[in-house]
Design a protein around this ligand. Structure first.
Ligand SMILES: Nc1nc2c(ncn2[C@@H]2O[C@H](COP(=O)(O)OP(=O)(O)OP(=O)(O)O)[C@@H](O)[C@H]2O)c(=O)[nH]1
Ligand SMILES: [Zn+2]
Length: 345
């Protein structure tokens, strides 16, 4: 693999600022793989295998750590953090990838194109702290790719959208500004929209075109591949199986950014707890009547907020449950102790 200096690996002032006198003798390393009992990291001197000092769930691909050569002694605060709600009843947040500069939201110029889904990904990018980039593939197969482009761009002034043929390397080269000079890009989107095709062209890897598929513990197929891969433009692509199943959780702030127009209106409603369902003095319904607001957009905002509230509540509830459980365990153990040692407090 080509050698990288720290900047080429994605290091920046944000991380340098976090190093202090206590960190003398430690060197920065960027995690490229997170396994159950060991981490793989990239440094200007080459790749390292590091022992974690926290549970491996605390680490994500893309994280910067400080290492003494054999252990990840300290994890640095990331610039962005992509998380998802872990499977199962626990509803814990699981870290998927860190220090992703740009989240490439991939959809095709066909039936996969769905405004509600795009808005959900935009909220996700905002919550994680990544710049969103909408990548519209299969432009070569669409009758009017520009129409898709216009619809994507209309989503928000914050959005940049690009329509391309993912199978044409000359067109994929237009993504270089987001994955050069140590910049990190990650791709999300439904199955079949062209993420693997883009990945292969961006990284020059071709062995994965068919996907190396392996059964995981639950008998599902997972694509095993390196997770932090250098791009030909001189940046990085993060592609982990978890990236492909991202959901919203605790995305309140992100939804606010994507639907700023509606939230501005909602603040002007007469009642603070206005449900925008026919109450007097409702600025949201007034905007719908004048045609300033699209009722479908209101419905999507409402749905996304409900979904987010559901996800966030279960996370909060799980935390509360965890606390209550811990308290119960402590109470039981002190009462046991008392039985054994009546003098104990
Ligand atoms: N003509 C054309 N075909 C494309 C384009 N993008 C992807 N394809 C084709 O669509 C199919 C699916 O593309 P993949 O790259 O495997 O899609 P994916 O998003 O990685 O799908 P998963 O691995 O299931 O997540 C392949 O046959 C690609 O060659 C495009 O822009 N134009
Ligand atoms: Zn209202």
């Amino acid at each position: 693999m080509t050698e990288f200096d720290l900047t080429g690996l994605g290091w920046s002032a944000h991380f340098a600022r976090q190093m202090g006198d206590d960190d003398r003798g430690l060197a920065p390393a960027r995690l490229s793989e997170v396994h159950r009992d060991r981490l793989r990291a990239l440094t200007p001197g080459g790749a390292l295998s590091l022992l974690p000092v926290e549970s491996t769930g605390a680490y994500a691909v893309g994280d910067w750590v400080l290492s003494d050569g054999s252990r990840a002694v300290r994890r640095l605060d990331p610039t962005s953090d992509l998380t998802r709600r872990a499977a199962g009843r626990e509803a814990k947040l699981q870290r998927i990838a860190a220090n992703v500069d740009t989240l490439g939201i991939v959809t095709s110029c066909n039936a996969d194109f769905n405004i509600a889904r795009l808005e959900r990904y935009l909220a996700l990018a905002h919550t994680a702290g990544c710049l969103p980039l909408v990548v519209l593939t299969k432009a070569d197969m669409a009758r009017d790719a520009d129409d898709y482009l216009r619809r994507a761009q209309r989503l928000s002034p914050l959005v940049t959208a690009i329509a391309l043929d993912a199978t044409d390397p000359a067109e994929v080269a237009r993504l270089a500004p987001w994955c050069k000079d140590g910049q990190t890009l990650a791709l999300v989107g439904s199955s079949g929209v062209g993420k693997t095709t883009l990945r292969n062209t961006l990284t020059g890897e071709h062995e994965l075109t068919q996907g190396i598929r392996e059964d995981d513990a639950k008998g599902r197929h997972t694509t095993t591949a390196r997770s932090l891969v250098p791009t030909q433009a001189g940046g990085w692509l993060i592609d982990t199986p978890g990236m492909r199943e991202l959901q919203l959780a605790d995305a309140d702030e992100g939804i606010g950014a994507v639907f700023e127009d509606i939230e501005d209106l909602a603040r002007q409603c007469r009642f603070r707890d206005c449900a925008h369902a026919g109450e007097p003095g409702c600025a949201v319904q007034a905007a719908i009547e004048t045609g300033a607001l699209d009722p479908d957009r209101l419905a999507r905002w409402d749905k996304l907020r409900r979904e987010d509230r559901y996800n966030s509540e279960t996370v909060a509830e799980a935390r509360a449950r965890g606390k209550a459980f811990g308290k119960m365990v402590r109470e039981i153990s002190t009462s046991k102790k008392r039985r054994h040692d009546p003098g104990a407090p």
